[in-house]
Ligand binder design. Structure first.
Ligand SMILES: *Cc1c(COP(=O)(O)O)cnc(C)c1O
Length: 378
């Protein structure tokens, strides 16, 4: 396999994320371009107008879309948030009478959106656990949304297998790639029609912006999503998009540290008597490990487990110097989210989603040991 110039092999992820975000060199241009803020564009000039109005396109979006599109292997449309991307996909594709299949254990806002806003419009919504079986639910479906690894329970499903069955029955397949990121998993290569994500999480990774994207292998499908964005106006701010583009260059480094931390913390938690139900796809022995190893390129930085109860979680967080209570995940800082407090997921009171940041592994494990000891001493 040859990529790029003769004599160069396929490039590594660290090179790809830096190259993907870089403009072509032109003498006198900045090495790294800044954000372009624009509502209308000039219509007078020598060339015909390829940019008219800021709801339609923006040079900073175009740069981000090229970069993420290169990583996902498809044409990409950036949105103002992950949920705007999910909504854009649903409303670009689904019509009254269609059937939508989505995970019963995936991101709860997507389920709520489907139940509260799509069902009343005459779209049938079917929920299937990420681990399957998907079989019967795919019959008659127009769009199948998978989320793997699923947030927050981290179950995994076989993208290629579900895509093959769904395609045979005439359905399109989308994968929510938020937890994996395009460096962790390439859904379009595995046969999905769409890969979408909340770029609020690991892809931008600094806990300071909301953003999302939809990538499609087929440019015609991408064009439908892009048109929906233009009509609905669910467009990102160029400044946030630029911050995300700026963060993309360190994605390989951040994910490497996060995954190293996640594996160490998952191993540590497995040995603790007060901790049950440890899940991490990168853990040998995890129910999803074999499948995750076959379809993922890295396992990400999120671990989930069950602590005795809500009060235990509170005490552990109070005693921790490095883990902060916060929702979201994928940032530089390690955080813990007790999911039952939000009411959207079917999880135990003590279930926590732990997002491992980029701190030193030994510091995190030592801090967690102190926190669990303190929480157990009432
Ligand atoms: C956070 C999240 C979303 C929604 O993204 P926002 O950027 O918060 O709108 C969608 N899917 C998954 C898996 C998520 O974790």
């Amino acid at each position: 396999m040859t990529h790029g110039a003769p004599g160069t092999g396929p490039r590594g992820d660290g090179t790809r994320v830096i190259q993907a975000g870089s403009p072509d060199p032109r003498i006198g241009d900045p090495l790294a371009a800044g954000p372009v803020l624009a509502a209308p564009y000039h219509l007078t000039g020598a060339a015909g107008p390829d940019r008219v109005y800021g709801r339609m396109t923006n040079p900073t979006w175009e740069a981000f879309e090229r970069a993420v599109g290169e990583l996902e292997g498809g044409e990409t449309v950036v949105f103002s948030s992950g949920m705007a991307a999910v909504t854009g996909l649903f409303l670009a594709i689904l019509r009254a009478g269609d059937v939508l299949v989505l995970p019963s254990d995936g991101y709860y806002e997507a389920r709520a959106l489907a139940r509260e806003h799509l069902s009343p419009l005459g779209i049938e919504v079917r929920e299937v656990p990420t681990a399957g079986p998907h079989g019967g639910a795919l019959t008659g479906a127009r769009l199948v949304l998978l989320e793997t690894p699923a947030n927050p329970g981290l179950d995994v499903c076989d993208i290629a297998a579900v895509a093959a069955t769904a395609h045979a029955r005439g359905a399109l397949v989308a994968v929510d790639n938020t937890t994996a990121t395009p460096l962790g998993q390439r859904p379009l290569e595995l046969g999905a029609d769409f890969s979408l994500a909340s770029d609020t999480k690991a892809l931008s990774g600094h806990s300071d912006l909301l953003l999302g994207h939809v990538s499609a292998a087929d440019p015609e499908l991408a064009a439908r999503v892009r048109t929906w964005r233009q009509r609905s106006g669910s467009i990102p701010g160029p400044f946030e998009t630029w911050l995300a583009l700026r963060s993309l260059g360190t994605l390989d480094l951040r994910l490497a540290r996060q995954a190293e931390n996640a594996l160490a913390v998952a191993r540590f938690l497995l040995d603790r008597p007060e901790v049950t139900g440890v899940r991490y796809p990168g853990l040998p022995g995890d129910p999803a490990h074999a499948l995750a190893s076959a379809q993922m390129r890295r396992f990400g930085g999120v671990v989930s487990c069950v602590l005795p109860d809500a009060a235990f979680v509170d005490r552990a967080l109070a005693a921790s110097a490095l883990f902060t209570a916060a929702t979201s995940f994928g940032g530089l800082h390690s955080t813990v989210d007790r999911r039952a407090q939000w009411g959207g997921d079917a999880v135990a009171e003590g279930f926590v989603r732990i997002s491992l940041g980029c701190e030193d592994t030994a510091d995190l494990v030592a801090d967690l040991a102190v926190a669990l000891e303190a929480a157990g001493t009432v």
